[in-house]
Design a protein. Structure first.
Length: 205
């Protein structure tokens, strides 16, 4: 694909770095922005720049937040004894959309995947252990996708937390094996949360 403008080519190259965006789609987006009022592009650029500079990770659950502590962790009406462990922030949004879970969350920031060079030390497992060690949590729910990496991570957490007096459960397999949690419909995800099983039973299945 040849460009008559180096400025356009540079814009396309940067937009194409976004996941799921090919060069043709990037070109279409760049040309679309060119047709809009300059103020529109400036607002978009400012919003992205501000987001990148000011966004925080919640000091409690590692979710994205505008403040040091996110709105969920700042809500005293949530059930403090229940902790739902998820892979990333998109999973928090997916579960919150069901309206079925009223406890708190813990975002791992990924899954154990030796093939990708991701080990336990790359996840937020230390802070998870610290939370459970306080004794205030009675149930830890493993709400991870139905993939091999997720199963490996769940088993690692199970072994890690087994020395503490805490119940561990995993969401029911209403989610298809290999399916990403964020793409699961709300009815299936809500059913999985409500019919969760003790983690030991999921191992024996």
């Amino acid at each position: 694909m040849e460009f008559s403008s180096q400025l356009l080519e540079k814009a396309v190259e940067e937009i194409a770095q976004l996941p799921g965006i090919g060069r043709r789609t990037a070109l279409r987006l760049a040309l679309h922005l060119l047709k809009q009022p300059e103020s529109h592009t400036q607002r978009l650029a400012l919003a992205l720049s501000t987001f990148r500079e000011r966004i925080n990770f919640c000091e409690q659950c590692h979710n994205l937040s505008d403040a040091p502590r996110c709105e969920i962790c700042s809500n005293p009406s949530r059930k403090a004894a229940q902790l739902c462990v998820v892979e990333d922030i998109r999973d928090v949004m997916a579960i919150e959309a069901t309206g079925q879970f009223k406890g708190y969350y813990h975002v791992l920031g990924g899954l154990i995947s030796p093939m990708d060079g991701i080990g336990p030390q790359d996840l937020t497992l230390d802070s998870l252990t610290t939370k459970v060690a306080t004794g205030a949590i009675t149930e830890v729910i493993f709400a991870l996708s139905a993939t091999m990496e997720a199963d490996t991570t769940s088993f690692y957490m199970f072994k890690l937390l087994s020395k503490y007096s805490v119940g561990m459960s995993t969401i029911a397999r209403g989610i298809a094996v290999g399916e990403e949690l964020e793409y699961t419909d709300e009815v299936t995800l809500a059913r999985s949360i409500n019919t969760r099983l003790p983690y030991e039973k999921s191992i024996r299945q």
